[in-house]
Every structure is written in C-alpha cells, then in structure tokens.
Design a protein. Structure first.
Length: 92
C-alpha cells in the first residue's frame, strides 16, 4: 500500500521538530519504506510518500511525532490501478 501523509508543525514546536529531523528521527520504522518527502519552501507543511503492508506500522511511526506535528494520511493508488477500477465500474 502507498500512503501520502501531509504534515504541519504545531505552533511552538518548530525547534524540537527540526532537532529531531536533523538527528535522523524522521526515518521510517522497519516495515515502512519512505518513497519521497517534500517540504513547502515557507516551512508551513510537508508531504511524505510511504509504502507498507501494515497500516499499524505507519500508525506506530506517526505516534512518535504526534505532539509536534498535525498529520493527515491518505491511502493512494497509481493511475494504472485507478484506470482499471474505473474501466470496470464505468464499463469503458
């Protein structure tokens, strides 16, 4: 499964969030692969793309940041998978 997570640093938490990020604490836990991470140039938010077979592992990793970041995660599929599903549903 691929999951896109959007995150934003909570008010007053930027110093601790930067400290943890620079120390390597932003690496995913075992069983979760980080496919990419992007940061808004104004530091307002960021996006991470993960792959895992276990949503529980993603939850565990997210729990390490919950006091510093507001997060939202969305399960996503690629165009080929979406196209195949749409072809079945809309019979095209």
């Amino acid at each position: 499964m691929k999951i896109i997570s959007t995150w934003a640093v909570k008010d007053g938490a930027i110093q601790e969030a930067v400290k943890r990020f620079l120390s390597g604490d932003a690496a995913p836990i075992a069983g979760v692969t980080l496919l990419g991470r992007w940061h808004a140039v104004d530091l307002s938010r960021g996006w991470s793309l993960y792959e895992t077979d276990s949503p529980a592992l993603l939850y565990e990793g997210s729990s390490r940041w919950v006091e510093l970041l507001d997060m939202e995660s969305t399960l996503v599929i690629e165009d080929a998978e979406a196209g195949a599903a749409m072809s079945k549903t809309f019979k095209r």
